[in-house]
Design a protein around this ligand. Structure first.
Ligand code: SF4
Length: 497
């Protein structure tokens, strides 16, 4: 068994580049690899710690030893990108070695967004313009062609759309893509002639441009090509434009990965509705869909829906007092730890502030927009058995799924809003394209992803067969039959109040 870990987490020398002149674990890697590989194979159980121990004993890079061992392992535990990504190593090996693989995908509901991300490519114009003055001489000309084609495109955006910041192109920008392809070949050639690694910024641009060129080769109705205006910075007189090839429906790509596997199972507590996931994930029509009974009983949970409360954007200001009144009433009715979820940090802050003013006796702590591992751990550590307070978090964020707070550590959750993605030009384009492709634009772009976040967040409350808890769904729209149809079947009938 082998666990593959991302480079940022497996690397022993994060401040160094991955080549023999910079990193001692890369120098002589291939000389020491055969012995390290035998030792790893003998060990058999190569979780992160085990792999690291073997690697350090033999003075080779743990990250690259993991990549090597994936050829020899019977079971590989890894992020989905190792098999589903456009450049996935495990998929390439499956084809090359004619492996018969079985794939198990946990938390498969996330594969829709992850899949979109894998087949989306973005090039940041501002980063490119910062790079240009520092280019080595042999790369100046090929990258100048990229700069010209890109600037022309940015100016077209200005001419055609005036002050609008976003535009969808009907066709790929052929001139820019051709210039990028040439530039990438020249960078690769240049790199092979250099004894030392490329500068970090240039390396990043090269990877991103290569990815964009590959995504461009597969461009089709499953994706959008768009430009987003970037304001001029510093001494620049003209605005720039970020180019994105944006995947809307990853199904055609993921379907090829399922076909290459001998078999597989996708599982999750929130794979509903079935049609949405089948359509977007490209699951074969012949694949059976099983709904397994929950290990939890309806008696463990109390669910209520606030039918006289609207958290629609236009009603946000009016919702603050009723929201804090419900949170405080529940807290005083049964003291303990609760999570309160909101669709955005702005809304979260408004409600948390109002609760602090009206009910300073209710202890609270809040998720911040950027939290490192220590900050996350300290947020979760507040949920102590026997403690009492309200943790504020955002729907779909780091505390909205994948965390376990069993028993008295968490006795209830408040979920305000349906978790609908923000209405903005990109999401509107996604909605239109999904309507055209699948006839279900609003539900696929907004409603189902929103309700999925709600059910995941509410799912933090009951984690074991002995847990007891409450869920308050704070919006009148939760009472609509189509929303209630997406709530877990094992939940008790919600109380409407
Ligand atoms: S070779 Fe390995 S240890 Fe060295 S910098 Fe690269 S990832 Fe880190």
């Amino acid at each position: 068994m082998l666990t593959l870990t991302a480079r940022e987490k497996a690397c022993e020398h994060l401040d160094k580049a991955c080549h023999g002149e910079a990193c001692p674990l890369a120098a002589g890697f291939y000389d020491r690899l055969p012995v390290a590989r035998s030792a790893a194979a003998e060990r058999g159980w190569l979780d992160r710690a085990g792999l690291r121990a073997v690697a350090l004993e033999h003075q080779v890079c743990p990250y690259y030893l993991g990549q090597e061992m994936s050829r020899w392992a019977d079971v590989v535990v890894a992020d989905v990108n190792y098999y589903f990504d456009l450049h996935a190593q495990l998929y390439a090996l499956t084809l090359q070695q004619q492996w018969q693989v079985g794939i198990l995908v946990d938390e498969a509901h996330n594969l829709v967004e992850r899949g979109r991300g894998m087949y989306t490519a973005t090039l940041d114009h501002a980063a490119f313009r910062r790079l240009v003055p520092q280019l080595p001489a042999p790369l100046k000309r090929p990258l100048a062609r990229v700069a010209t084609a890109w600037q022309e495109l940015a100016e077209q955006l200005d001419d055609a759309y005036g002050e609008r910041d976003y535009r969808v192109l009907e066709h790929l920008p052929g001139k820019l893509i051709a210039a990028l392809q040439q530039a990438v070949s020249r960078i690769v050639e240049y790199q092979s002639e250099q004894p030392i690694a490329l500068d970090g910024e240039l390396q990043r641009f090269s990877f991103e441009a290569q990815h964009l060129c590959r995504v461009a080769e597969t461009f089709g109705s499953h994706s959008l090509c768009d430009l987003t205006r970037q304001p001029p910075r510093g001494r620049q007189r003209r605005a720039g434009a970020t180019l994105t090839l944006r995947n809307v429906m990853p199904a055609p790509f993921l379907a090829a990965r399922f076909t290459a596997a001998h078999g597989g199972t996708l599982f999750s507590a929130t794979l509903s509705p079935q049609g949405y996931f089948r359509d977007l994930l490209g699951v074969p029509d012949s694949a059976p869909w099983l709904a397994l009974g929950s290990p939890f009983a309806a008696g463990q949970l109390e669910v209520s829906i606030a039918t006289r409360l609207s958290t629609r954007y236009a009603h946000r200001a009016a919702s603050l007092d009723p929201l804090v009144a419900r949170i405080a009433a529940r807290f005083h009715q049964r003291r303990g730890n609760y999570l309160a979820f909101f669709s955005s940090f702005a809304y979260l802050e408004q409600v948390a502030e109002r609760l602090a003013q009206r009910h300073p006796e209710v202890v609270q702590w809040r998720q911040a927009a950027r939290m490192d591992d220590a900050a996350r751990a300290s947020f979760l550590a507040r949920f102590e058995s026997g403690g009492a307070g309200v943790g504020f978090a955002v729907l779909g964020g780091i505390f909205g799924e994948g965390i376990d707070l069993p028993g008295e550590r968490l006795i209830g959750a408040f979920v305000a809003t349906l978790g609908l993605p923000q209405v903005n030009p990109v999401n509107e384009q996604m909605r239109e394209r999904l309507q055209t492709l699948l006839g279900s634009g609003y539900d696929y772009a907004y409603f189902y992803p929103g309700m999925q976040k709600v059910v995941q967040a509410a799912g933090r409350v009951i984690r074991t067969a002995s847990d007891r808890g409450v869920i308050e769904l704070l919006d009148d729209r939760f009472a609509q039959p189509r929303a209630r149809a997406l709530l877990p079947a094992w939940w008790p009938e919600p109380r409407l109040d």
